[in-house]
Design a protein around this ligand. Sequence first.
Ligand code: GDP
Ligand code: MN
Length: 392
Amino acid sequence: MDLFEYQGKQLLARFGVPTSDGEAVDTVDAAVAAGERLGYPVVVKAQVQVGGRGKAGGIKLAADADEVRTHAGNILGMDIKGHLVRRVWIEQASDIAEEYYASFTLDRAAKRHLGMVSAKGGIDIETVAEEDPDAIAKVHVDPLLGLEDYLARQLVFGAKLNPAARTGAIAVLKSLYRAFVELDADLVEVNPLILTPDGRVHALDAKVSLDDNASFRHPEFDEYRSFAGSLDPREQAARERGLNYIGLEGEVGIIGNGAGLVMSTLDVVSQAGGRAANFLDVGGGAGADVIANALEVVTGDPSVRSVLINIFGGITRCDLVAQGILEGFARIDVTVPVVVRLDGTEAEAGRKILADSPTEGLHTAATMLEAAAMAVEFASPGARGVPENKGA
Ligand code: GDP
Ligand code: MN
């Protein structure tokens, strides 16, 4: 999960990384009020999860309330590389002597953490890596030992930072590394990390990406997730029900168990000439309630014209899946045809449950390909007797 700049900076500040005081606001009036409280000059910063906001006009200095009003008015609602700006961060402006780059991430191949520092900050690190790779100092950190002092020094000296920035930069790196580990982050990146004319080292931007697999031990992650606008509403609905869901562009809604099976199902749907509307993995051991929830999420998408449920029972029992499908039909108004293919554990019992309880709009198929062909046929624009899905 990627965080917005202001969320990342607020987290890093908790670990002792120096950042500027600021406020996240959604309206022009609130931006002005924030400016009045913080004192001028301030910077008005678009909060979108994409780099290069500065170049796109999403970051402006404001010397007084009028300028905050003008800039916040321009930036709120702006489209930056396809991202709508719904919130701005107003912070006390900093004086900049130099701009650096600092980050920690995972180097999976090396099985180590990777720290990087460059004296060429404020521009994309990818550009620096391409044009001047020697300008990036790198160290691998053994996760069991942590960022020992000598490694932090190696980064700062290796990047040839201004001697005036050394002590401050080493302190920032140690805080940044602690944040990276304790937050279970995949990435913490500060670009630019600045040296001020009076010799302080300070984070002006932050990119923090948290590892969703660690959310069980970070209840605070939910707060970030719940900020609307970052998730597709279908993904939000699925997440609330504990389902792994990704929205796609097609018309055939997919429900399967296991990422591998769901991916094969997408392939088979395109082999049959259709397009999948989503990826939904109900996971192993899916019971009736999970299946009913999945059906609710998928049929709630108005672009879905048919649903293909493809279950291979291992731990998951097909009889429970069949019950879940019937529960789903009882609970919600399913207005599109649903094709079911069950195989594996208790598949016969599952098929019998479906056969014994004839439900309008519910179809079964013996094989995956047959099921996909049926679902694609139902989803085709000319399919007869298929009412338009208005969404649940
Ligand atoms: P990005 O373009 O999305 O990476 O946004 P940043 O937060 O990194 O800001 C881009 C650039 O705006 C920085 O590299 C700075 O040069 C400039 N900038 C941001 N905040 C301030 C500030 O407080 N004072 C000054 N003078 N410049 C700033
Ligand atoms: Mn930046």
